[in-house]
Design a binder for this molecule. Structure first.
Ligand code: HEC
Length: 197
C-alpha cells in the first residue's frame, strides 16, 4: 500500500527538480544571448559612423572651391560698396536726409558716366541737387583708394541696385577718365561738372 505512494511522490519531486533546472538554464541562456547581442550591435556603429562623417564633408568642399575660383572675375561691386560707401550713403542707397545724398534714384548716378566717375575719383564739394533736395557737403576722393577695376565694379553695382537702371561702367572707361583728369587735385563742384561732357 505504501510503495506506490512513495514512488509517486519521489517521481513528482524529480520532475519538479528537473523542471527548475531547465527553467533556470533557459533564463541564463536568454540573458547571456541578449547581452551578447547588445554588445554586438553597440560596437560597430561607434566605429563606423564617425569614420564616414569625417570622410564625406572633407571630400565635398574641394571641388566646389576649385569650381568657384574661375567664376569670380574681378572685385565684387557690392562688397566694395559696403566697405567704402555704405557708411555715408547707407546699405539701402537712401543716404541720410540733409547730410548724405541718396544714390537710389539719383539723376547723377543714373546719368552721364563722365560725371559720376569724376565724382568718385576726386570727390564733390558745395551745393548739389539730388532728387529735389540740395546738399552742401563734401565727399572725399576715392581715386587713391580704389583701383580702376574696383571703381568700375562699385559704380556698376550702384547703377543697377535699388531700382537704378543705368548701363555698367567698364574698367577701360574709368582708366580713360582717370588719365584725362590726372592733374586734378581738388573735389569737383556741381557747377564745374555741368560743363563736362
Ligand atoms: C564720408 C561720407 C561719404 C562716403 C564714404 C561716400 N560718399 Fe558719396 N557723397 C558724400 C557727400 C557728403 C556727398 C554730397 C557732396 C556735396 O554736397 O557736394 C556725396 C555725393 C555723392 C554722389 C553725387 C550725388 C548723388 O547722390 O548722386 C555720388 C554719385 C556719390 N557720392 C557716390 C559715392 C560712392 C560710389 C561712394 C563709395 C565709393 C561714396 N559716394 C562714398 C559722402 C560720402
Amino acid at each position: 500500500m505504501y510503495r506506490p505512494v512513495e514512488s509517486r511522490s519521489f517521481r513528482r519531486a524529480t520532475l519538479l527538480a528537473f523542471g527548475l533546472v531547465s527553467v533556470a538554464s533557459a533564463a541564463t541562456l536568454r540573458s547571456f544571448s541578449t547581452a551578447e547581442a547588445r554588445s554586438a550591435t553597440d560596437v560597430p556603429p561607434q566605429v563606423k559612423k564617425p569614420a564616414r562623417k569625417t570622410a564625406k564633408p572633407a571630400a565635398k568642399p574641394a571641388p566646389k572651391a576649385s569650381a568657384a575660383a574661375p567664376a569670380t572675375q574681378g572685385p565684387d561691386g557690392k562688397v566694395v560698396y559696403s566697405t567704402t560707401c555704405a557708411a555715408c550713403h547707407q546699405a539701402t542707397g537712401e543716404g541720410v536726409e540733409g547730410t548724405y545724398p541718396p544714390l537710389a534714384n539719383s539723376e547723377i548716378v543714373n546719368g552721364d558716366e563722365a560725371k559720376v566717375v569724376r565724382i568718385v575719383l576726386h570727390g564733390l564739394t558745395g551745393p548739389v541737387e539730388v532728387a529735389g533736395e540740395t546738399y552742401s557737403g563734401m565727399m572725399p576722393p576715392w581715386g587713391g583708394v580704389l583701383k580702376d577695376p574696383e571703381l568700375a565694379a562699385v559704380l556698376t553695382y550702384v547703377r543697377s541696385a535699388w531700382g537704378n537702371k543705368a548701363a555698367p561702367i567698364t574698367v577701360s572707361k574709368v582708366a580713360a577718365i582717370r588719365a584725362a583728369t590726372s592733374s586734378r587735385t581738388t573735389p569737383w563742384t556741381a557747377a564745374e561738372l555741368a560743363t563736362v561732357k
